[in-house]
Ligand binder design. Structure first.
Ligand code: F6P
Length: 323
């Protein structure tokens, strides 16, 4: 093995740069050439490659986003797109590829592995919906950003006696909302994994005021059936009866933009370095994540069958603690 490549794909996550840096510098230390693929699978199909040397990845460990750029690439879902991508790697004599990203990106990694490419995935998405890693790269920073927002919103909510609906990202997974709700002291948490009736959420909010609170924070996952728009519509329609004043804040992409926290930098560094070592040792066709504190490989072919259940029972704990 002489030359490897690295790409980031899907939604950027804080810590991706730290992973790229670890791939490059570990590769160089093992005597490999490392090239970066710009803009994820789109760049792979287009052959948009750049050489990466040690200095090229200097000053990026503290930066969110990804220095290589990323994309969501429909063309890569086709046979023609994948064949072109494989050919681009062959043309440049690339014998191993590190793919840093979440679910969709790792499905792409699996497709490449089936076409004979030596790939190692690195689990990275703020959604934490990827099996094979307890917590994926970017999650902890995204939670810190959510908490800062919730702490600030509580101040203004209290000043006005208002209810705030705070919607967090996470696609179909309620992890970010659940953990941010618990650690941010939310009065109510709404996640896709648990069906919740708006009347019971309203009752929880009214209960908070009845216990003497001057605010109520409801943290909602974007993927919940009753997302912020739906709940806000319902509460507004029934405003006269429910009797509380409402504001809505959707954090959206703000959650992806932060400088990675220490945990994300460390996790990304460990996984990036391990990805190169796995390629070098011929242990490819795997996704690397951290399970019970250790770098752990999961076969890419098994990923699709693995669930990542959310511990929704924590909702009960959240309710007990908000008393
Ligand atoms: O998967 C990461 C994520 O931030 C999700 O939480 C969100 O639903 C989605 O990406 C947004 O995608 P885009 O950046 O393409 O708008």
């Amino acid at each position: 093995m002489k030359r490897i490549a690295v790409l980031t794909s899907g939604g950027d996550a804080p810590g991706m740069n730290a992973a790229i840096r670890a791939v490059v510098r570990t590769g160089l230390s093992l005597g490999l050439e490392v090239i970066g693929v710009r803009h994820g699978y789109s760049g792979l199909i287009a052959g948009d490659f750049i050489p990466l040397r040690a200095r090229d990845v200097g000053g990026i460990i503290e930066r969110g986003g990804t220095m290589l750029g990323t994309s969501r690439c429909a063309a890569f879902l086709t046979d023609a797109g994948q064949e072109t991508a494989v050919q681009q790697l062959r043309d440049r004599d690339v014998s191993g590829l590190v793919i840093i990203g979440g679910n969709g990106s790792q499905a792409g990694a699996r497709a490449l592995a089936l076409r004979g490419v030596a790939v190692v995935g690195v689990a990275s998405t703020i959604d934490n919906d990827l099996a094979g890693s307890d917590v994926t790269i970017g999650v902890t920073t995204a939670l810190d950003i959510a908490l800062e927002a919730i702490d600030r919103l509580r101040v203004t909510a209290s000043a006005h006696g208002r209810v705030f609906l705070v919607e967090l990202m996470g696609r179909a997974c309620g992890y970010l909302a659940l953990i941010a709700g618990i650690t941010g002291g939310a009065e109510a948490i709404v996640i896709p994994e648990v069906a919740q009736d708006p009347e019971s959420i309203a009752a929880t909010v009214r209960g908070a005021y009845a216990r003497g609170k001057s605010h109520a924070i409801v943290v909602i996952a974007e993927g919940a059936e009753r997302n912020a728009d739906a709940l806000s519509r319902y509460f507004t329609e029934h405003a006269a009866r429910l009797g509380f004043e409402l504001r809505v804040t959707k954090l959206g992409h703000v959650q992806r933009g932060g400088s990675p926290c220490a945990f994300d930098r460390l996790q990304a560094t460990l996984l990036g370095a391990a990805a190169v070592e796995h390629l070098r040792a011929g242990r490819h066709g795997v996704l690397l994540g951290i399970v019970a504190g250790k770098v752990t490989p999961t076969a890419l072919k098994d990923l699709g069958n693995r669930d990542k259940p959310l511990d929704a029972s924590l909702l009960h704990l959240a309710r007990v603690l908000t008393e």
